[in-house]
Design a protein around this ligand. Structure first.
Ligand code: FAD
Length: 631
């Protein structure tokens, strides 16, 4: 039999981004023996790449900001499809989580009077993003890692070992969750370098594996983001919601081809950058949808005054939520008004001094200089939409992060979970989401362990089956290359399940995904187990495929356009669809889709909105309920 290294923990956290680290800290603070596992190097996660900042209604720059305003903005951004309780907890708890980071040693940029500075971002009514230049994620991760080191030092003093209660397993990929009946019993995976197998026995697992972007050709996501957590959850009996909603960030690099998709932070627009087409026109004024018309400037003059006097002017339309801007760019390019490389222009050079651009956007300055030989202090950037973030994810209990479905002991936080952002996430709301729900998942995973009458155990056959599945691509003599299969999958998703969707194309996508499923079942990787990226990709493909099927199925089912789901054949929002979550589960190997009513917003929350605004989203019946409340 194949050797398997075994470890025992109370809580295993899969993923070392912001959500995973924050969850692990909380589980360890609750006294639990905690493992942190990450597919890539420790410290390399999407969280590190986050540039703009973390949204929290601290009211430091505009004292009118508070959790209620943040809550409203989040619900609007998500087009009222958000899980209201998650949006509420997020708006209320984000400031505490940011201040707490300071106690861990985080150094945010400051206002003149020494408070944490906050910057403007799309969809946020007031300056709200706590930031460190355009490298906020790096500071967030640095701080959380530092906190983990300090906890390890405490453990060394108390138990004689740094790893006594919290240990990091970097470059370790989890391929299966193991169950004992309906309870999580452990996680199985391999070390990237040696290809050796490892089994973590644990009664509680927190999924914090981030997104799914690698199923798309043009994406801001890096190689690890193959929807592993989403797929692990499904196979363990948990459910996914909102998988049709993908965020295409409006501004990715479009040139040179080798860097296509790499993110250009929204801070460029937050700091005054404007979008222009090939005629030199600032086109976003033509794309303000009715639901947002009252909040956005109608002239360039008003928009420009807003940067210095936001109280008496309305915001520039470049700062509409991301879905709106991405669609607008898509339309301009389609209408033949794009740049040579198929994007539009993003101009900060003509709007800010070179010195200011270099100070406020240092990473962007270097990124364009090094990757595209463009000096953004002198020339405009060429940008276009890129697959960036998945709103959908593991369906969770809002307060605890416990996964819904048939499995117990499984928790999820961060991008891998669904519900918080509804149909569209506001920029900056992810970093705060990680902290708020990472903490909660860690706390509740610990509590779950405390309340367990008996520990689940991992059966021998389950571990053997996991080994067999993992080795299968290496053992096949013939079969297709995983790289070719990934390319084909990316083409299906990019071409047929992209920004603008149509019934016929989605049906076609499902046929092709079914064919791909057969081909992936026979994928073959050459070489042995030692550092073999082809083998790793062969294992990832299984995850990408099942998650893509959920997305395509849900996209076909939802006959309306909302947030990160645009149907050319159903171009408007339909109030009846707002009441529906599409829930994905696995029935054997088959993806099953069900309609589920959205939880109803509590009275004191719905009363934070004007009737006129609610009328744009709610059904007549829901409006009648609202009227009854307010009379
Ligand atoms: P991640 O930080 O994505 O970490 C996932 C972890 O899971 C990694 O450690 C990975 O190795 C691990 N993992 C995955 N699969 C496995 C497996 N099978 N086994 C073991 N480990 C696994 N959001 C904002 O709010 N503000 C911003 O300014 C911002 N800018 C962004 C810029 C870029 C370029 C990108 C890509 C995203 C940005 N976002 C931003 C979004 C935000 O960064 C992410 O949504 C967020 O960081 C996700 O955090 P997470 O903790 O859920 O997961």
């Amino acid at each position: 039999t194949t050797r398997i290294e075994r470890h025992h923990y109370d809580v295993v956290v899969i993923g070392a981004g912001g959500a995973g680290l924050r969850a692990a800290i909380e589980a360890r603070l609750a006294g639990k023996k905690t493992a942190i596992i990450s597919k890539s190097l420790f410290g390399k996660a999407h969280t590190v790449m986050a540039e703009g900042g973390a949204a929290a209604a601290m009211g430091n720059v505009n004292s009118r900001d508070n959790w209620q305003v943040h809550y409203r903005d989040t619900m609007r951004g998500g087009k009222f499809l958000n899980n209201f309780r998650m949006a509420e907890l997020h708006a209320k708890e984000s400031p505490q989580r940011i201040w707490e980071l300071e106690t861990y040693g985080a150094l945010f940029d400051r206002t003149k009077d020494g408070k944490i500075s906050q910057r403007n971002f799309g969809g946020h009514e007031y300056p709200r993003l706590a930031h460190v230049g355009d490298r906020t994620g790096l500071e967030l991760i640095r701080t959380l890692q530092q906190k983990i080191v300090s906890l390890q030092q405490e453990d060394k003093a108390e138990f004689g070992s740094y790893d006594a209660r919290i240990k990091v397993f970097a470059e370790t990929t989890i391929t299966e969750l193991l169950l004992d009946g309906d309870r999580v019993a452990g996680a199985f995976g391999y070390y990237r370098e040696s290809g050796e197998f490892v089994l973590f026995e644990a009664p509680a697992v927190v999924l914090a594996t981030g997104g799914v972007g690698r199923s798309y050709k043009v994406t801001s996501n890096s190689w690890e983001y193959t929807g592993d957590g989403h797929a692990l959850a499904l196979r363990a009996g948990a459910t996914l919601i909102n998988m049709e909603f993908l965020q295409f960030h409006p501004t990715g690099m479009v040139w040179p081809p080798s860097v296509k998709g790499i993110l250009v932070t929204e801070s460029v627009r937050g700091d005054g950058g404007v979008l222009k087409n090939s005629d030199g026109k600032r086109f976003m004024f033509d794309y303000v949808p009715d639901v947002f018309r009252k909040q956005y400037a109608e002239t360039e003059e008003e928009a420009d005054r807003w940067y210095t006097d936001p109280d008496s002017n309305r915001r520039p339309p470049e700062l509409l939520p991301r879905d709106e801007v991405a669609r607008a760019i898509n339309s301009e390019v389609k209408a033949g008004r794009g740049t040579p490389a198929g994007g539009v222009y993003l101009d900060i050079a003509s709007r800010k001094s070179a010195e200011e651009i270099r100070r406020r956007l240092p990473s962007m300055y270097h990124q364009f200089k090094e990757l595209a030989d463009v000096d953004i202090t002198k020339e405009p950037m060429e940008v276009g939409p890129t697959c960036h973030y998945v709103m959908g994810g593991v369906e969770v209990d809002p307060d605890s992060g416990a996964a819904a479905g048939t499995v117990r002991g499984l928790f999820a936080a961060g991008e891998v979970s669904g519900g918080m952002h509804g149909s569209n996430r506001l920029g900056g709301n992810s970093l705060s989401d990680l902290l708020v729900f990472g903490k909660r998942a860690g706390e509740h995973a610990a509590r779950y362990v405390d309340e367990l009458p008996a520990r689940p155990t991992v059966g021998v056959t389950a571990a053997e089956a996991a080994v067999e599945t993992a080795l299968a691509p290496l053992n096949r003599e013939t079969g297709e290359s995983p790289y070719k299969l990934q390319q084909d999958l990316q083409a299906v998703m990019g071409d047929l399940v992209g920004i603008i969707r149509r019934k016929g194309e989605l049906e076609d996508a499902l046929v092709r995904l079914a064919e791909l499923r057969e081909r992936v079942a026979k994928v073959s990787a050459t070489g042995g187990r030692r550092y073999n990226p082809g083998w790793h990709l062969a294992l990832d493909l299984r995850n990408m495929l099942v998650v893509s099927e959920c997305t395509a199925k849900a996209a076909l089912e939802r006959e309306e356009s909302r947030g990160g789901h645009t149907r050319e054949d159903f171009p408007t929002m339909v109030p009846d669809w707002r009441k529906v979550n599409l829930v994905c589960s696995l029935d054997g190997e088959k993806v099953h889709l069900a309609h589920q009513p959205l939880p109803k917003m509590r009275a004191e929350l719905i009363q934070l909105f004007d009737r006129a605004e609610l009328a744009k989203y709610l059904t007549d019946e829901e409006l009648a309920d609202f009227d009854a409340l307010t009379q």
